[in-house]
Ligand binder design. Structure first.
Ligand SMILES: *Cc1c(COP(=O)(O)O)cnc(C)c1O
Length: 385
């Protein structure tokens, strides 16, 4: 099931309508290997480090915190409300003489209140990093997403059929002081092979599938032979880009995204991505309307929002979530892994969100049959618990 990026011929069919804007319309951009690297680069460019505090939401993922720690700054967790909006009062209360920056996340693609956050940052002289990892596309107050922050970061691989790639954007600061190098030939190769393999696995490149499968089989055989020579530790979980499970790699700070990623991001049909994701979100809303045992976190899809996933709040999260996982339904929980100590004593609402809200994919490459299967499994499982 394609929760991860897959490539399909239709990804490139040009559309006629103008798509919604993206973070790339917000200002000049750097193409990095991941979005998390962008957080570290932005903090570093402003000399934020030891002795400084960075405000981060209690509803977070590790990938947002590691770059703060890498720079030597201290993350200070602010509260969010029950529907994952930044708690402006708590942010003001948590500001100290050491606070230098704040990160706010447009969870699942739904905008935070920029009319409160931007002035608060201006009043207190804080660097505002708009985390658009869930919002590559979208419009807020008539502006492209990412325009309000001093910097915006976005995770291209969460929206495009690519295997590596994040962007750092700034409409307010000069990015020309940040110099990037190639990530190297083997990284470029991996990027190509991984996306083709992923797409072949989900049979999205049918005309190519025979030669691709043969190539992948050879690759697997070579890889196994290689591993026999050099044993790898077992029990190491495979990286899952979509839930940010791989770590922060300081070596990738000055690395450019692969050519493959930059090419596909440039030529993929943005209209298709935005339209399909909105269509799938609406289908999910209709499917879960009035269901007992669950409620959509965002029961409306306003104009300008391009969702990353469909967040559904469950009444019996543990039984339902693990039962779905066992069946292979591609659901995730944001903030399931969080920074040590950031529990309900820091923010009860964030702890509830991390526990109760599952994300259901609304990826543009989901076929109707696949989406209907997911809906059926989720509905049946909720009804059974
Ligand atoms: C995934 C994610 C990131 C990091 O993006 P990468 O491209 O994986 O580095 C940052 N913030 C949020 C909210 C995310 O979900």
């Amino acid at each position: 099931m394609p929760v991860e990026p897959v490539l399909s011929w239709r990804s490139f069919v040009p559309r006629t309508q103008t798509p919604l804007p993206s973070v790339l319309d917000a200002g000049p951009a750097l193409f990095l290997t991941s979005a998390r690297v962008g957080i570290a680069l932005a903090l570093r460019a402003h000399g934020i480090g030891p002795g400084h505090e960075v405000l981060v939401p209690a509803y977070h993922c590790i990938a947002m915190i590691e770059p703060v720690r890498f720079c030597g700054a201290t993350p200070v967790f602010y509260r969010v409300t029950d529907n994952a909006r930044a708690d402006i009062g708590d942010i003001a209360a948590k500001c100290s003489a050491r606070t230098r920056a704040i990160i706010a996340v447009h969870y699942f693609g739904f905008p935070q209140d920029m009319r409160s956050l931007r002035p608060l940052c201006d009043d207190r002289g804080l660097l505002f990093i708009e985390d658009c990892a869930h919002a590559f596309f979208g419009e807020m107050d008539g502006q492209p997403v990412g325009r309000h922050g001093d910097y915006a970061i976005a995770s291209a691989l969460k929206f495009f059929p690519i295997y590596d790639g994040g962007v750092l954007i700034s409409a307010r600061h000069n990015l020309s002081g940040i110099h990037l190098n190639s990530a190297g030939v083997s990284f470029e190769m991996k990027s190509i092979v991984n996306i083709l393999e992923q797409s072949a696995t989900y049979s999205r490149l049918r005309p190519l599938s025979m030669p691709l499968r043969a190539t992948m089989a050879i690759k697997d055989r070579l890889w196994r032979a290689h591993k026999r020579r050099r044993p790898v530790p077992s029990g190491v979980p495979a990286p899952v880009a979509a839930d940010g499970a791989y770590g922060f790699d300081p070596d990738s700070l000055d690395k450019r995204a692969s050519h493959m990623s930059r090419l596909l991001t440039a030529i993929a049909s943005r209209q298709r991505i935005t339209q399909k994701r909105r269509d799938h979100y609406r289908a999910l809303l209709a499917a879960f309307e009035g269901i007992s045992g669950a409620s959509p976190l965002y029961p409306d899809l306003p104009h300008g929002v391009v969702p990353y996933m469909f967040p559904l709040r469950l009444r019996n999260p543990d039984t339902v979530y693990y039962s779905l996982k066992r069946e292979g339904v591609p659901v995730l929980r944001f903030s399931e892994d969080h920074w040590p100590g950031v529990d309900e004593s820091v923010c009860p609402a964030a702890a509830r969100l991390a526990h109760e809200v599952i994300q259901i994919p609304c990826h543009q490459e989901l076929r109707a049959r696949e989406l209907n299967w997911i809906i059926d499994r989720v509905r049946t499982t909720i009804a059974a618990h």
